[in-house]
Design a protein around this ligand. Structure first.
Ligand SMILES: [Zn+2]
Length: 53
C-alpha cells in the first residue's frame, strides 16, 4: 500500500490492476498518478499532458 503524493489517501494498488508505468486516478483527489515501481510501491503525480493551443 502507498499514499497518494498529493492528498495522502492510502492507495491499495491491487484494486487498480495496473502495471509499472501505468497511470490511474487517485480515488480521493482525482489526481493522475503514475506507478514507478512495486517493491516498494512508488507513486508519482503524472505530468500533465501538453495542451493544444
Ligand atoms: Zn489523492
Amino acid at each position: 500500500m502507498a499514499a497518494c503524493p498529493l492528498c495522502q489517501h492510502p492507495i491499495v494498488i491491487a484494486e487498480f490492476d495496473v502495471d509499472r508505468g501505468e497511470i490511474f486516478a487517485c480515488p480521493s483527489c482525482g489526481e493522475e498518478l503514475e506507478v514507478l515501481g512495486f517493491d516498494p510501491l512508488r507513486l508519482v503525480r503524472s505530468p500533465p499532458e501538453a495542451e493544444e493551443p
